[in-house]
Design a protein around this ligand. Structure first.
Ligand SMILES: Nc1ncnc2c1ncn2[C@@H]1O[C@H](COP(=O)(O)OP(=O)(O)OP(=O)(O)O)[C@@H](O)[C@H]1O
Ligand SMILES: [Mg+2]
Length: 235
């Protein structure tokens, strides 16, 4: 199998403090991979390091066959990676459509309009609300907007940081269903950080557990669901 992402022995952090140490993870082509762990484990730090917001102090990151650990975030996004950040980070006073168009800022091709149509097909509510300011949307709709904006860069690999945060269970189910559809239809790979352990183990094929900056467990998600230690700690 081809790995779209290979993180090899990555350590990274803030100034002198290493928030993650010796991390190894793989995402295979067209696979959904879960990353779970408690608050402060280093999940966000790992995603920010992969996409190039933070430079690792050691290790290598291979994306789509190329080493990227010393590249800048703009270049990594242009080469096909996108992040749906923790807290969504939509631009509140811009319209829904303006937010989506911003997601295509790295692109120069002519397919942007078609992709907008496609995103409105996945998220009809965004089409309905396209001329409204983003801050008029509900939490679930804002999460959909954040996902849609990331898709506008046409990623091969989508990183998602706690997409279920703050959403009602029924909305979480809807967002996860749409993510599954998108993965199948667009054939993209996803690395999803979640504290909703049960949901991510059901959605993903393979998962990693991060604690205190280190991977303490990994395996096929359907096996981890039955792991008594994990169930006790997180479910
Ligand atoms: N900007 C920063 N400067 C210094 N330390 C930071 C910074 N951001 C995070 N940290 C520290 O790095 C460690 C890992 O934080 P990180 O945000 O990656 O964890 P997380 O697993 O995403 O947690 P959460 O579930 O709360 O989002 C924590 O000890 C945190 O306090
Ligand atoms: Mg986080």
């Amino acid at each position: 199998m081809i790995s779209i992402l290979k993180v090899n022995n990555i350590s990274s952090g803030y100034g002198e403090i290493l928030a993650i140490r010796g991390i190894n993870i793989h995402v295979e082509n067209e696979q959904i991979v879960g990353l779970i762990g408690p608050n402060g484990a280093g999940k966000t730090t790992l995603l920010k390091t992969i996409i190039g917001f933070i430079q690792p102090t050691e290790g290598t990151i291979m994306f789509d066959g190329k080493e990227i650990q010393s590249q800048r975030v703009e270049r990594i996004v242009s080469s096909g990676m996108a992040l749906v950040p923790e807290g969504r980070e939509i631009l509140a006073t811009l319209t829904v459509q303006e937010n989506l168009e911003l997601g295509a800022y790295c692109r120069k091709d002519k397919g942007i309009k078609d992709d907008l149509t496609k995103i409105y097909d996945y998220f009809p509510i965004l089409k309905e609300r396209r001329n409204f300011a983003a801050n008029t949307l509900s939490g679930g709709q804002q999460q959909m907007l954040s996902i849609g904006r990331a898709l506008m860069s046409r990623p091969k690999l989508l990183l998602l940081d706690e997409p279920s945060m703050g959403l009602a269970p029924i909305i979480v189910d809807r967002v996860f269903e749409i993510l599954k559809d998108i993965q199948k239809e667009e054939k993209i790979s996803m690395l999803i950080v979640e504290q909703n352990t049960k949901k991510i183990l059901e959605l993903s094929e393979y998962s990693y557990v991060l604690r205190n900056g280190e991977i303490i467990k990994e395996g096929p998600s359907n096996e981890l669901i039955g792991d008594p230690q994990l169930v006790e700690a997180y479910l």
